[in-house]
Design a binder for this molecule. Sequence first.
Ligand code: NPG
Length: 371
Amino acid sequence: MKIERVELRLLRLPLARFFETSFGRSYDRTFVLVTVHAGGVAGWGECVAEHAPFYSAETTETAWHVLEGFLVPLLLGLSFGDPREVTPALARVRGHLMAKAAMEMAVWDLHARQQGKPLWAVLGGSGRPVPSGVSIGIQDSLQELVDRVAAERAAGYQRIKIKIKPGWDVDAVDRVRAAHGAVPLMVDANAAYTLDDADRLRALDAFDLMMIEQPLDYDDIMDHAALQRRIRTPVCLDESITSVRVAAMAIDAGACRIVNIKPGRMGGYREALRLHDLCASRGVPVWHGGMLESGIGRAHNLHLASLPNFTLPGDIAASRRYYTPDLIEPPVEVQEDGTVPVPADGPGIGVHIVESRVAAATLRHTEIRSS
Ligand code: NPG
């Protein structure tokens, strides 16, 4: 395959409702869309980098800069037979895993479309419906939190994740447990604590949580191992897991018992598939994370999440929680049993992209052709 041209778009979409993590509150999402073209077929990828460098060092503007100046020119010069060849060809560029992932995942979509197959089939998934959980941000009051949990349970989601930070943790979990009994519940700290907070985090052991996600710093494997020795609740790592090598180290060190997989965080599908297989071989369950993606990125996530070791409900919820309307039709919906079907409207990611909505949300557009 030889890619003939690549389009980059910078989009901004208002969120249906604000989303607050330990990093702060967002009212909209700005992101880069990558479209790769070959032989009259287009593949789409969505970059998970955000406007601000809080979740990771990358931003929309660093992604744009690195894609336009370095990654796209490397891809346009390449002839390859399999999308797995893309990542090694980009290895000269250090880091910038979110920018790399957006382009690599677009190539996988293109490859699947060229084969006339759904993306899950070329990734080795099953296309089965994906068990879905929901991620509830920090609210203005504990009562609002309890009410939002009620609304999301009524929608069918199989587990509830609530965001925590110092000052919004033990009380929040206590209130949710008191109001909602044994609902499958987990918390996500987005790296808001240090090992000095171990006693406070150990207090969460009383609530029978499925896991605590990324309690400590994004690059601190050893402190997570020390914490896991002191608490009963399983630690799940997200921000820390940027490669299979780091994941193997974290598992060996006892820093996590569960792994959150986001291909957008680790350079794309090639590395995400290897991570899936590593975790399966070590008996470590995984689930698919989310980054407030539009329907394009959300569809990608659903295809990957149909692989067999994604045994825990992921953060892949219905479009209406994020964007109304979404960039795709029909939108992603959760079913009564709390699963989300893998989109199957055609090959590749299997969704209809509403180009007029993409155009309306586009702040900047460029096209780069092979010379
Ligand atoms: O449902 O897409 C979703 C959001 C899930 O909580 C979620 N994502 O830490 O994983 C995270 C968090 C996040 C969202 C982080 C956006 C950074 C940006």
